[in-house]
Design a protein around this ligand. Structure first.
Ligand code: HEC
Ligand code: HEC
Ligand code: HEC
Ligand code: HEC
Ligand code: HEC
Ligand code: HEC
Ligand code: HEC
Ligand code: HEC
Ligand code: HEC
Ligand code: HEC
Length: 457
């Protein structure tokens, strides 16, 4: 009994020792950068990019960064390493991308980056654009705690990690609370050179006023005058962003809680900004076409009258009368099918052929009838309009002020009814147009009655 027990203990001890030796040698072997780089083909690229980075040159081992200090020998760390291995085995020859988790402590352990070294230093990030860590530590988006690898992340290509510009742009151009942070001069030092090309070669006299970026800024000239659409996109949440990683309805519902989203994913390092957000582009773009193609800048209410006719909303005594095609949701493009050249420009015109294609041959003539009816209607009130205007002039200075104010209001109202028909082209809603025209006629008549009465008194 005793003998068997001691034999058993001896066996147990040897097994433990053996495991110990194995774990130790596996531990030290797997901790070498060469293990990662050479024995695991998905690590080829990270190994190469590390080798060529300043950290590779100084031979900082993979585990120095990829396990937090003190975590290296723990079971969790090993399991995490195994996880990476399994995903390598199951992936076969495919390239798999597995995002790394780098703990902040890895960056500033031992002799590595101590805060005083870099925290307040003004770094040159891009030409004319500086960056200071300290300011960014203090100013964060709700719920976020930025980690070193929030910014210093692997993007693509040959760099092991870098700070992608998109991350600056997401915060600076999206953040509503620090909207001023989107100010151009928050980041940019203004170029110094005068903008007049003539001054590049000519001798510049002293006191000569020059156009420089500073002079433009002092005069509040918008930067957009010359740098238009430098910022594209608004960093909205991608469609199905969450479904890439989650499928539980309760989890997906939490999307509205921005603070929670940032706490769970940014602070806890579970996802990258661009797993959720679209990127915001910020770079120089062609300067003429984007401005030219943005019609709304210069034509803020383009074709509003046509829309008013198609909708046919209630106006004064005129009842709501939508166009005949409104119920079927026929839009502008449904009828404007004919290409014509006007003032040298291609424009798609409306014509009777479009009616025919949806309706019958006869509908072409219907269009002509509508056109004529509207035209006749307009000319029938023209005379009343001219009379009203003449009487208004005559009454000025004679009629009491209140009556004049009232009469002017009536004139404006009637005239705006006519404008809708004239500028909007009555064919877009013949019935409504006729109603607007006759209502204008009644108003002119009332106006004439009113003024004739006060003048004759
Ligand atoms: C908000 C983004 C951001 C965060 C968060 C961030 N960095 Fe940086 N860091 C930068 C930028 C931008 C640079 C400029 C150089 C570059 O392009 O890589 C930089 C540069 C550095 C440098 C080089 C300094 C030098 O003198 O050239 C070090 C070291 C550094 N960061 C360490 C850290 C550490 C450690 C953390 C975490 C505690 C951290 N960073 C967090 C954006 C960030
Ligand atoms: C100086 C610290 C440091 C060292 C040393 C280092 N890495 Fe990294 N590694 C990082 C950081 C930081 C990232 C980016 C993390 C992120 O994107 O969130 C990263 C990313 C990675 C990734 C993920 C790539 C991806 O597609 O997102 C892999 C894999 C990787 N490293 C492997 C290695 C291997 C293998 C070695 C050694 C040969 C190594 N690293 C050495 C800091 C380091
Ligand atoms: C997490 C959001 C966030 C990110 C990411 C971010 N910033 Fe900022 N940054 C801010 C906020 C907030 C301020 C403060 C603005 C203010 O006070 O008006 C700021 C201030 C600045 C300033 C002015 C203060 C200074 O440091 O002199 C500069 C320049 C700047 N950021 C550049 C950058 C650059 C370059 C990047 C990318 C490497 C970047 N920022 C990334 C949020 C961010
Ligand atoms: C978050 C900081 C930040 C803000 C705010 C910012 N920029 Fe930039 N800007 C950058 C960075 C970074 C680049 C890229 C520089 C590079 O690629 O070398 C850039 C590029 C540019 C370029 C093109 C330069 C080139 O070499 O192609 C222009 C012009 C410019 N910005 C003007 C503006 C204007 C105008 C505004 C205000 C609407 C503005 N920027 C706001 C950081 C910023
Ligand atoms: C009158 C037109 C005009 C206005 C207004 C203007 N810029 Fe510029 N900007 C230019 C031109 C032209 C250049 C290119 C100059 C060059 O290449 O030497 C330039 C260059 C720049 C650059 C440098 C890009 C690079 O390639 O390095 C930045 C940054 C910049 N502008 C920012 C601004 C900001 C910020 C404002 C508003 C305060 C502004 N600009 C207003 C015309 C203008
Ligand atoms: C890149 C992958 C990724 C993306 C994209 C992502 N998450 Fe997560 N999320 C995670 C991980 C990993 C956790 C941590 C899970 C844990 O701790 O069990 C997490 C945690 C959470 C949690 C807290 C834990 C829980 O299950 O209640 C919520 C809520 C959540 N995510 C919601 C969202 C929503 C909503 C979106 C889309 C806006 C989203 N996530 C996008 C990876 C992601
Ligand atoms: C899990 C998904 C998720 C991740 C990861 C994430 N965000 Fe967000 N973020 C959101 C949601 C949801 C909102 C609120 C909806 C919106 O504003 O479009 C938001 C809003 C924002 C806003 C607007 C804040 C405001 O006050 O209006 C900024 C800026 C922002 N995020 C920056 C970032 C940055 C920088 C990162 C990476 C460091 C990041 N986000 C990572 C989901 C995410
Ligand atoms: C920079 C300002 C500006 C922009 C941007 C602009 N326009 Fe114009 N547009 C005008 C001005 C001013 C007129 C009036 C010309 C006149 O008085 O005869 C006009 C006239 C027109 C006319 C009347 C016919 C003509 O050629 O005279 C049409 C149609 C028109 N624009 C369409 C467009 C469309 C479509 C876009 C966008 C793709 C656009 N415009 C963008 C300023 C602009
Ligand atoms: C039901 C068919 C139809 C719809 C819907 C329609 N149009 Fe028209 N539109 C026409 C027809 C037909 C003409 C030509 C009338 C004529 O020859 O006098 C016309 C004329 C015009 C004209 C005058 C110049 C021209 O082509 O003769 C403009 C401008 C116009 N439409 C704009 C619009 C806009 C903008 C919309 C949408 C908001 C719209 N239309 C919707 C049929 C339609
Ligand atoms: C894209 C197909 C389409 C075009 C083009 C079109 N219509 Fe119609 N139209 C319809 C539909 C569908 C209805 C029925 C709408 C409803 O009942 O709400 C309708 C209704 C009508 C009616 C009311 C009587 C009826 O048949 O229901 C008239 C009259 C009419 N359209 C005339 C025209 C004329 C004139 C044109 C050319 C200026 C035209 N339509 C262009 C599809 C079209």
């Amino acid at each position: 009994m005793k003998k068997t027990l001691s034999l058993f203990s001896l066996g147990l001890v040897s097994v433990v020792v053996l495991i110990g030796i194995t774990v130790y040698s596996v531990e030290s072997y797997t901790s070498q950068s060469d293990f990662c780089g050479l024995s695991c083909h998905i690590m080829d690229k990270p190994y190469k990019s590390w080798k060529e980075s300043p950290h590779g040159e100084k031979d900082v081992a993979c585990v120095e960064c990829h396990y937090a200090p003190g975590e290296k020998t723990t079971l969790t760390a090993k399991f995490r390493g195994l996880g990476q291995l399994f995903s390598y085995l199951s992936a076969g020859d495919q390239e798999v991308r597995k995002r790394a988790h780098v703990d902040d402590r890895s960056c500033s352990s031992g002799d590595c980056h101590q805060r005083p070294e870099f925290i307040e230093k003004k770094l040159e990030y891009a030409s004319g654009v500086s960056f200071t860590h300290k300011i960014h530590e203090e100013k964060q988006v709700e719920g976020q705690v930025l980690h070193c690898s929030t910014c210093h992340q692997h993007v693509a290509g040959t760099k092991h990690f870098e700070v992608p510009k998109q991350i600056c742009h997401l915060c600076h151009f999206k953040n509503s609370e620090v909207a001023s942070a989107g100010d151009c001069v928050t980041c940019h030092e203004l170029p110094q050179k005068p903008l007049q090309s003539q001054k590049a070669t000519a001798e510049i006299k002293e006191d000569e006023p020059l156009i420089t970026h500073q002079s433009l800024k002092d005069a509040n000239v918008p930067c957009e005058s010359c740098h238009y659409e430098l910022v594209l996109g608004d960093g909205e949440i991608k469609d199905n962003a969450c479904q890439d990683c989650h499928d539980m309805p309760e989890t997906l519902k939490k999307i509205g809680d921005m603070q929670l989203m940032h706490e769970e994913h940014v602070a806890k390092q579970q996802a990258n900004c661009f797993n959720c957000h679209e990127t915001i582009q910020h770079k120089e773009s062609p300067f003429l076409d984007p401005a030219r193609k943005n019609c709304e800048v210069c034509h803020p209410d383009h074709h509003i009258y046509q829309k008013m006719l198609l909708v046919g909303a209630e106006r004064g005594a005129v009842q709501e009368t939508p166009s005949l095609m409104f119920g079927s949701r026929t839009n502008c493009i449904g009828c404007h099918l004919e290409e014509k050249l006007i003032n040298g420009e291609k424009v798609m015109h409306g014509n009777g052929q479009s009616c025919v294609s949806c309706h019958t041959e006869k509908h072409d003539q219907m269009l002509d009838r509508w056109d004529n009816e509207v035209r006749e209607g307009l000319s029938s009130v023209e005379e009343l309009k001219i009379e009203s205007l003449a009487l208004l002039k005559k009454a000025t200075g004679k009629a009491p002020a209140e009556s004049l104010i009232e009469a002017n209001k009536m004139y404006a109202e009637a005239n705006s009814n006519l404008d809708i028909v004239r500028f909007g082209n009555g064919v877009h809603n013949k019935k409504y147009s006729i109603l607007l025209i006759s209502e204008a006629g009644y108003i002119f008549e009332d106006l004439l009655d009113l003024l004739e009465e006060v003048i004759s008194n």
